[in-house]
Structure formats: structure tokens, C-alpha cells
Ligand binder design. Structure first.
Ligand code: SF4
Ligand code: SF4
Length: 362
């Protein structure tokens, strides 16, 4: 007898009860997207993110490497955009919106465990595995197959009418769930994200037989998000002026996307900007440059910002000060230029040179 698949509408109702705005399912089978992904990693576009390109990369080809009994992947999306807007002031640092509040890994993992429990209550016992971002899974590709949205030229998953400010998570389950159909690509002839990217990190790719509709890919080695979060050591000097006041991540290619112009807001207070001694949506560069390591860990405890670590953070702050054009900030660099960490010291010396450089006349 063919097993009856768990209904998609019931899955969506349970997911909403667990705090997810998007939910759908797709079979847990290998996707043709794996081949272009491996090609992208082999061409070095993952930069130093070795977890994307080393022996773990082929694991992404088949979700059953994570759960051998998997039959479906439940994909979910949780909105994180808040009513707050980041400061555009050049003397304040810019932290990407997703990092203003609690670390989303914990929040999503808790909600996915809750969803698994409710699904088991409704469908009977099954095996499952929770994945949030860190598991070797082509999560945007499966999310597209599960009907959550299309993958835009900026590489983000976009939902028509709702935009792209979503955290994604997955539940691999050993039961059949009624699958969804992927929605059409709605980027059309738009190229706003490509034109707005300050480092030209969204680059064309030759059409791949497995993904004929995808014409652009992300060169992580040029992306401010990668360069301010994942990269250890010095960032390429020619790209630094393009960082502006970004000190952790970059939202530009999402900010300019027309599908985000009326994106809904999250109601989850855990993603709102922390109000520690520093407000994370507009922290002053001068105060950030003066943080000790203990103060850094206290200010950003349990937020995604700790991923960059203290010295990576100071490196980013120094570069932002160098880009500020504000010579009164030079004194705070004198402490950083003597840092025992060579990356911080080099970034501070670069920033001092930037501030001392003759300003272009208008
Ligand atoms: S995050 Fe910023 S640097 Fe990276 S592709 Fe988007 S606009 Fe470009
Ligand atoms: S800005 Fe335009 S091209 Fe870029 S992801 Fe959005 S709709 Fe697609």
C-alpha cells in the first residue's frame, strides 16, 4: 500500500503555530543544484569558508547523508526585519539587521523542535533531524523546491509579496509530506542588486545545464558580508573603501530589492536591536574602537556578532573609521595601531593613512 503523505496545509498550520511565516515540504532526494554548487566551490568563490568547499561539500549532494531514513525535508522561514532602520550616520557602525538581536540559531532550533513534536503528535512517531544554517545542506535550493520562494540574483531566497528578510531552517523527517511546487523566478530584467553592490560581488555565470535560469552567482571573496564576518586576517585593501561604515555584514543587495520595499515585519522581539550600553542598530565607532575584549563579549553576548571574534571586530571598526573621513576619530586608532594582533594593527595603520590622505576637492 502506498503511504499517505501528511497534508501540506496541516504542516503550514503547525508551522505558523510554531512562529514560522513560511513552510513547505519537498522530497529528501539529491538535487541537480549540487553540481553547480560544487563547481562554484571548486572555483574558489567560497573563499576561506572551507566548511563549504572541503570534504563536507559533497555531503550536500544528498540530504540522506544527514539522516539516512529521510523521506521529506520540511523547509521553514522566519521573518527577522524589525521596524528599526540602521543608522546611516558615518560615525556609527552598521551591523547587518540579522545580527541585532538574539542568535537566530537558538531561536530557530527551539521552534523547529517544537514543530517536530507537533508533527509527531499529528502524524505519529518518525525520525527527524533539525538543521539551522550549519548543516551541509543546500538549504535555499530545497526551500525553493518546497515552494518558499525563488533564488534571486543576489542569491537570497525571495518570497513574492514578502521579500527576503527570512531566516531559513529545515527538518529532515522520515515520513512523506505532500510536496509543494517551486514558484517562478520573479527577478525578471531587474538588476538593482547587481548595480548597487559596492564591491561587484554578484557576478555572471555561464548557464549551467542543471540550472538554466540562474545567471548570477556570489563571489564571496568580494562580498562585504564574507570579508567582515568570515575572513580571518586582513581584507583586500582595494576593496576596503567600499565597506563604508559596515562593520558586520552587509544588507545593500537586500535593501535595494524591490520585493523588500513592502516586506512585512517580524513580531518576534528576540530579533529587535539589543539595548545594551551599545544599541546594535547604530553603535558609535568611537565607543566600539575603545571596547576591551570583555566589554565586546558582554555587549554582543548571544548575538551573531561574536562570530567575528574580538580582533576581527576591531579590524572592521578600524576600517570603518578610516572610511569615515572624520579626522577627530584618529586618536582612537592610536591604541589599535599598537595592538598585538597584526591584523588589527595593519587595519588601524591603513585607516590612519586614509584619514591623513588629501580629501578630494569638489
Ligand atoms: S551583501 Fe553587500 S557586498 Fe555582498 S553581494 Fe550583497 S551588496 Fe554585495
Ligand atoms: S534586486 Fe532585482 S535582480 Fe536583485 S534579487 Fe531583487 S528582484 Fe532580483
Amino acid at each position: 500500500m502506498v503511504p499517505v503523505a501528511f497534508p501540506a496545509d496541516q504542516l503550514q498550520r503547525l508551522a505558523v503555530e510554531c512562529g514560522f511565516e513560511l513552510a513547505g515540504a519537498t522530497p529528501a532526494v539529491p538535487l541537480p543544484d549540487a553540481a553547480p554548487y560544487l563547481d562554484w566551490a571548486a572555483r574558489g568563490l567560497a573563499g576561506a569558508m572551507t566548511y563549504l568547499s572541503d570534504r563536507r561539500a559533497p555531503l550536500r549532494a544528498d540530504p540522506r547523508a544527514l539522516l539516512p531514513s529521510a523521506r521529506s525535508i520540511v523547509c521553514v522561514g522566519k521573518l527577522y526585519r524589525t521596524p528599526h532602520e540602521p543608522s546611516r550616520h558615518p560615525l556609527a557602525g552598521w551591523i547587518s539587521r540579522y545580527a541585532w538581536g538574539d542568535d537566530y540559531h537558538d531561536t530557530l532550533r527551539r521552534a523547529l523542535l517544537q514543530l517536530a513534536a507537533r508533527l509527531q503528535h499529528a502524524a505519529g512517531p518518525f525520525e527527524y533531524k533539525v538543521c539551522v544554517d550549519t548543516a551541509p545542506l543546500l538549504e535555499r535550493s530545497y526551500a525553493r523546491r518546497a515552494g518558499l520562494g525563488w533564488i534571486g540574483k543576489n542569491s537570497c531566497l525571495i518570497r513574492e509579496g514578502m521579500g527576503s528578510w527570512f531566516f531559513l531552517g529545515e527538518l529532515l523527517v522520515s515520513i512523506d509530506i505532500e510536496p509543494a511546487a517551486p514558484p517562478p523566478d520573479r527577478c525578471g530584467t531587474c538588476a538593482r542588486c547587481i548595480e548597487a553592490c559596492p564591491t561587484q560581488a554578484i557576478v555572471p555565470i555561464p548557464p549551467h545545464p542543471a540550472l538554466p535560469a540562474r545567471t548570477y552567482e556570489l563571489d564571496s571573496t568580494r562580498c562585504i558580508s564574507y570579508l567582515t564576518i568570515e575572513l580571518r586576517g586582513p581584507s583586500p585593501a582595494p576593496l576596503r573603501p567600499s565597506f563604508g561604515n559596515y562593520i558586520f555584514g552587509c544588507d545593500i543587495c537586500q535593501d535595494v530589492c524591490p520585493w523588500n520595499s513592502r516586506a512585512p515585519l517580524t513580531s518576534d522581539p528576540s530579533f529587535f536591536p539589543r539595548r545594551t550600553p551599545l544599541t546594535l542598530d547604530n553603535p558609535p565607532l568611537e565607543a566600539l574602537a575603545a571596547l576591551t575584549e570583555d566589554e565586546f563579549l558582554t555587549a554582543f553576548r548571544a548575538t551573531p556578532v561574536t562570530r567575528v571574534r574580538y580582533h576581527g571586530f576591531l579590524r572592521n571598526v578600524a576600517i570603518a573609521i578610516g572610511n569615515s573621513g572624520e579626522p577627530t576619530l584618529a586618536p582612537v586608532l592610536t591604541r589599535l595601531v599598537t595592538s598585538a594582533d597584526p591584523t588589527v594593527a595593519e587595519a588601524a595603520a591603513w585607516a590612519i593613512a586614509q584619514l591623513n590622505a588629501p580629501q578630494p576637492t569638489l
